[in-house]
Design a protein around this ligand. Structure first.
Ligand SMILES: O=P(O)(O)OC[C@H]1O[C@H](O[C@H]2O[C@H](CO)[C@@H](O)[C@H](O)[C@H]2O)[C@H](O)[C@@H](O)[C@@H]1O
Ligand SMILES: O=c1ccn([C@@H]2O[C@H](COP(=O)(O)OP(=O)(O)O)[C@@H](O)[C@H]2O)c(=O)[nH]1
Length: 470
């Protein structure tokens, strides 16, 4: 079996039981993916340095070797806060109103991708499979090829791929997409985004599509497919049986004092639809005065990407909105919203999910949303809770027995909360069983196996002929 070299912007040393809090789904999933392969995980340390040196910090923990580099201030500002999170993230989440275009972001993004390529190339052996992740590193494959790498290299996009009519608003969109053609395999979370990518390549780059889904553009052949990511099922189930999970579950139940709990767990990101969710809950409280005091909403929302101004704004807006809802509806012995800006480890989250009768997960657009799958996995089979899920999350394509809602519609969210509260136990069990089957069977192990098997099957590149005249 070839060694797996995983490259992503965010690297998080696997922590063993429970997992560290608030690191996002990519880090959680890749930690799990690498444990089996005992591979190498390369990326940014998350730290800044005065001057980029290319020094690699190596660490071994729980069977995974991580290799990280520090980046300069300018790199972080232009590449991570800039092109990745001010330009690509909003654009790929269909928010062209929030996307910022700045030439310095563009050059910083390219520079950091070159730095990644330069630093990681000496760590890669001839037989390694190389797997690059996410929108931070789209040009990395081309940079690795430029340094002579002939290995099979795959790319997986964790976020949506936007429709062509939105993508063309990106200056130099063709250059960015062409750089993806250096990979042998490109994976997306869902068929919708796979199709949007293929359409773009056919229309804008004159590509041809084979019946088996292979794309040909000029002399390049690229395999493209959808591989929906899942949770680390076995690990999560173990965490959910741990003393930490039991303590967390009891703590929430005791403090709820027989009230029903509606839970949401999301990074504090505008793509997660938190403002719209709060408004939907507010609509429910307005429409159902008889239910006040019977339930409350617990929103766990650890801050993220705090140096990007849109993220500061959403924090201010939510502080205001949660305060207004509580101001309008609270009574001396009841507060309708518990809004918590801190992250928790996965075992504690598992306990909170179990204590909650409803999960309200309503992103406006989301690559997958692993929290939705974790909520399902944490339920009591004899008395499961109800998942209310946005139809615009990748997870909605698998979790069809959730109550699927349009997150922009406060009325739909409000109605779904009412339906969930009134749902008979038999129906909750039937829906939960069907969702649990998908969560268990389409887990992170299957995701990794399917992607790696397809990458292994991709053609090895022939050595390039020597330049003419030599
Ligand atoms: O690394 P950050 O900037 O702190 O952000 C955290 C991660 O957010 C995004 O996660 C995505 O990947 C999940 C797993 O595939 C998926 O379920 C979710 O829908 C996506 O939003 C981002 O794509 C990652 O690169 C970040 O690490
Ligand atoms: O306080 C928190 C909040 C979230 N998470 C984890 O972060 C991941 C979030 O992944 P998801 O795909 O839902 O969204 P992302 O943040 O990657 O966009 C899930 O595994 C959560 O359990 C966590 O460990 N602690």
């Amino acid at each position: 079996m070839s060694r797996l070299v995983v490259i992503s912007n965010r690297v998080s040393a696997p922590t063993g039981e429970g997992g560290a809090g608030a690191q996002g789904g990519l880090a959680v999933a890749l930690g799990a993916a690498l444990r089996e392969y005992r591979g190498l995980w390369f990326g940014w340390s998350g730290h800044r340095t005065d001057e980029f040196t290319g020094h690699i910090e190596l660490q071994r923990a729980h069977g995974v070797t991580t290799a990280t580099i520090d980046l300069e201030d300018q790199d972080v500002d232009e590449y991570y806060n800039g092109y990745a999170n001010r330009t690509l993230w909003p654009l790929f989440h269909y928010r062209i109103d929030l996307a910022e275009y700045d030439r310095s972001f563009d050059s910083g993004y390219q520079r950091v991708n070159e730095r990644f390529a330069e630093t990681v190339t000496p760590l890669i052996d001839q037989d390694d499979l190389v797997w690059v992740h996410d929108y931070h590193l789209i040009p990395l494959g081309a940079e690795l090829r430029a340094r002579g790498l002939k290995n099979r290299i795959g790319f997986f996009l964790h976020i949506p791929w936007p429709p062509g009519r939105l993508l063309v608003s990106l200056p130099d969109h063709q250059k960015l997409v062409r750089s993806l053609l250096a990979y042998d395999l490109i994976g997306f979370q869902t068929r919708e985004w796979l199709e949007a990518f293929r359409d773009y390549v056919v229309r804008e780059l004159g590509g041809n599509l084979d019946a088996d889904g292979t794309l040909h553009v000029g002399d390049r052949t690229v395999h493209v497919a959808a591989y929906p990511i899942g949770i680390d099922y076995d690990d999560f189930m173990e965490a959910s049986r741990s003393p930490l999970a039991h303590q967390a579950c009891n703590r929430l139940r005791e403090s709820a004092a027989d009230r029903k709990v509606i839970i949401g767990v999301d990074r504090l990101d505008y793509s997660k639809g938190l403002q719209e969710r709060f408004t939907g809950y507010q609509r429910f409280l307005e429409n159902n005065p008889d239910r006040h005091g019977e339930l409350f909403m617990l929103q766990i929302a650890p801050p993220t990407r705090e140096e990007v101004s849109t993220y500061e704004e959403i924090r201010d807006n939510l502080d205001g909105l949660s305060g207004r809802i509580n101001g309008a509806f609270a009574e001396i012995d009841w507060v309708p919203v518990r809004y918590v800006n801190q992250g928790y480890d996965r075992a504690s989250l598992a306990g909170f999910y179990r204590a909650a009768q409803i999960a309200l997960i309503t992103p406006l657009r989301d690559g997958m949303n692993l929290v939705a799958k974790e909520y399902v996995a944490a339920q009591d089979p004899d008395d499961p809770g109800v998942l209310i899920l946005s139809r615009f999350a990748g997870a909605a394509l698998q979790l069809k027995d959730a109550l699927l809602v349009n997150p922009y519609s406060a009325d739909e969210v409000s109605d779904a909360i009412k339906t969930a509260l009134e749902m008979p136990r038999e129906e909750r069990i039937r829906r939960w069983r069907s969702m649990m089957e998908s969560v268990r069977d389409e887990d992170v192990v299957k995701w990794r196996h399917d992607f790696v098997a397809a990458l292994e099957g991709a053609r090895i590149r022939e050595p390039e002929p020597p330049p003419e005249g030599k």
